[in-house]
Design a binder for this molecule. Structure first.
Ligand SMILES: [Fe+2]
Ligand SMILES: [Fe+2]
Length: 194
């Protein structure tokens, strides 16, 4: 049997910096709300949300190789910037940290929260959105939050976030990851996150 939310929260608190922990609390709370709105399990969404950044400070040059050894497909952008693999590390360590088996949907959600993925699922979409809009984030204001959260579908929220991110990327001269562009096109072509 895996540990409960409260125990997992205490464990995560000891794994990351205070600021990152507060962000994770925000992500868990927003995930809970989104899950209720879209007929998903709020407790499951919060469990995923509190854990998603547990390995945020654990990546190194050795991480891509480590992930491959554990059966994870590593994207070119992650090879270049291993920090992006903190979600993959969380997916690998989730069962051992939780002390029991973890549904595949939870592991897929944390694995893909950084770049997004067309197969990230409903819980993955909830995490992706909550990670971007949680109240502690300073890169957007309340109008931006409303604009994202007023959509009627998780897919549309993801698109609004990706459009906002693209504006930022263009300003900074950052290239979107291939897997992110694939997700964007998939939704624009009518694909659903299931
Ligand atoms: Fe993250
Ligand atoms: Fe995060």
């Amino acid at each position: 049997m895996r540990i409960g939310y409260t125990e997992l929260e205490a464990k995560v608190k000891g794994m990351i910096k205070e600021t990152r922990f507060r962000h994770s609390l925000g992500v868990a709370a927003v995930s809970r709300t989104l899950a209720s709105r879209f007929a998903l399990d709020p407790d499951d969404a919060a469990y995923i949300g509190i854990y998603h950044d547990a390995y945020r400070y654990s990546c190194s040059a050795a991480t891509p190789g480590y992930c491959r050894e554990h059966g994870i497909d590593v994207f070119p952008e992650e090879d270049k910037d291993p920090m992006l693999l903190h979600g993959a590390l969380a997916a690998i360590h989730f069962p051992e940290d939780a002390g029991g088996s973890i549904p595949e949907s939870f592991r897929i959600a944390v694995r893909h929260h950084t770049l997004g993925h067309r197969d990230m699922g409903r819980y993955g979409a909830v995490l992706y959105i909550a990670d971007y809009v949680e109240p502690g984030r300073k890169h957007l204001d309340d109008d931006d939050r409303k604009r994202i959260l007023s959509a009627n579908r998780l897919e549309d929220m993801v698109i609004t976030i990706m459009d906002m991110q693209q504006e930022y990327f263009s300003r900074e001269g950052i290239q979107s990851a291939g897997v992110s562009l694939e997700l964007y096109r998939y939704i624009k072509d009518g694909g659903e996150l299931a």
